[in-house]
Design a protein around this ligand. Structure first.
Ligand code: FEO
Length: 171
């Protein structure tokens, strides 16, 4: 069943927001790479890739519903990073924005009785809980470390060892 014109527009806005999230994470990765924290940078870069996977999930859904996926305009990420904490707080702020948008999308779909989008939106609701929780935990640990060099290097190493199998196909 096709999405209504209203839902099609809302899904397309979500596609654009996921690409925007990817740009934010990619810029944050650059900022931490420049601070000689390659592990954290790799973690953020992986998140950037994951956001593209998210955008693709929405694109596939819109196309599968016989609607027209359209990528809208993105803007420069414009993140200001003066500390490691800044970087992860910026990541959390964007995740919260994405979560709110997915909840709105869910409410719109429910108000139209669009059952076909439920499985996808349920997946995204769960994914957002997970993403916010992970970033929140990192923020908590960065606060504990409080600019202690050896502590930051340990966390950098740990985040850099995160498996990347979920978004990158095997070689
Ligand atoms: Fe696609 Fe991290 O939200």
């Amino acid at each position: 069943m096709k999405l209504s014109a209203n839902l099609e527009a809302a899904f397309n806005a979500q596609i654009t927001l996921e690409f925007q999230a990817s740009l934010v994470y990619r810029q944050l990765a650059i900022e931490l790479e420049l601070r000689d924290l390659p592990g954290m940078a790799a973690w953020l870069r992986h998140q950037a890739d994951e956001e593209i996977v998210h955008a693709n999930k929405f694109i596939d859904h819109v196309a599968d519903r016989d609607n027209h996926p359209l990528i809208g305009g993105t803007t420069a990420p414009e993140v200001t990073v003066t500390s490691v904490l800044d970087a992860f707080e910026a990541a959390l702020a964007h995740e919260e924005k994405v979560s709110a948008s997915i909840r709105d999308l869910y409410r719109s779909a429910e108000s139209e009785g669009d059952l076909d989008s439920r499985p996808l939106l349920n997946w995204f609701l769960a994914e957002q809980i997970e993403e916010e929780s992970t970033v929140n935990e990192i923020i908590g640990r960065v606060r504990m470390i409080n600019d202690d060099g050896p502590g930051l290097l340990r966390l950098d190493e740990e985040l850099g060892s995160r498996p990347v199998a979920t978004t990158e196909p095997p070689a």
